[in-house]
Design a protein around this ligand. Structure first.
Ligand SMILES: C[S@@+](CC[C@H](N)C(=O)[O-])C[C@H]1O[C@@H](n2cnc3c(N)ncnc32)[C@H](O)[C@@H]1O
Length: 250
């Protein structure tokens, strides 16, 4: 009887293998991240993050704050979620386990934090929470240079990111060939491709009283359809074997 009750409790907490989403994702994440913190990293990683144009300061969005945003976004199987500066990867796993997104990806420059995220990803695979056809990935890369081939929703917790990094990130995100949603734990500077949709006030690990979190809609700077309409690409044969392309039609 005692074993049956403990087993039932473990199942309820999502702590035993099951297929797909754990019964209690919050308890499951607490369990796999027990004693795995991202706050301390070695000096050489601090230098590497600074040298890469970022900032190594750490802080996390708590589970309930993230759940509030993820619920509100109403994500679908068409969505691909990126956490740009993903730390130990809790939010990336939460987005994977609690929403239907096709892919959930974390990008983190600190190897120590990335290693923790990877170990938790492997644990989730071993526990059968990673479903075929849906991808969970952690990349030990710089958010300034990583490709975002399929992102539809990006999270940025860049309270200490240098303004130059924020600006480059905003330029990169608006240069993608699709519309995006961006959630930022900090109001972003004005940018003509970023439109503020709404704000939330939500607790963060460093601010239990709550901070402003902004949701933006990003339109691509170069809209393929619009540009196709306003430009007709002529092929003008001037001399034999000489072609001129890309002439704007009047
Ligand atoms: C405030 S923490 C946020 C962690 C996580 N996104 C969350 O909200 O729970 C920001 C993270 O961004 C990482 N970071 C800073 N600059 C970066 C860069 N250029 N490329 C990748 N990661 C970076 C830091 O190492 C840190 O782990």
């Amino acid at each position: 009887m005692k074993y049956f009750l403990s087993f039932s409790l473990a199942v309820y907490l999502g702590c035993v293998p099951s297929w797909g989403e754990p019964a209690n994702p919050k308890a499951y994440l607490q369990m796999i991240y027990e004693n795995k913190g991202g706050y301390t990293i070695p000096p050489e990683e601090i230098s590497a993050v600074l040298k890469g144009g970022g900032h190594p300061q750490y802080g996390e969005i708590p589970y309930d704050s993230a759940a509030h945003i993820l619920d509100d976004l109403n994500l679908s199987r068409q969505d691909v979620f990126y956490d740009l500066g993903s730390g130990v990867g809790k939010l990336v796993l939460q987005a994977y386990l609690t929403t239907p997104v096709r892919r959930s990806v974390g990008i983190e420059l600190s190897a120590t934090r990335w290693n923790i995220a990877e170990s938790c990803r492997k644990q989730a695979v071993a526990d059968d929470h990673i479903i075929s056809g849906r991808d969970l990935a952690f990349l030990n890369q710089n958010i300034l240079t990583t490709n975002l081939p399929d992102a539809t929703i990006c999270f940025i917790s860049g309270i200490t990111f240098p303004p130059s990094l924020i600006q480059s990130l905003m330029d990169r995100l608006s240069s993608l060939d699709r519309e995006l949603k961006v959630i930022s734990v900090l109001p972003l500077p004005a940018h003509k491709q970023f439109m503020l949709i709404k704000t939330y006030t939500l607790p963060m690990s460093w601010a239990p009283e709550g901070v402003e979190v902004c949701l933006y809609h990003v339109t691509p700077a170069l809209q393929p359809d619009a540009s196709a309409k306003s430009y007709k690409y002529k092929t003008t044969r001037k001399k034999k074997n000489t072609v001129k392309i890309g002439v704007k039609s009047s």
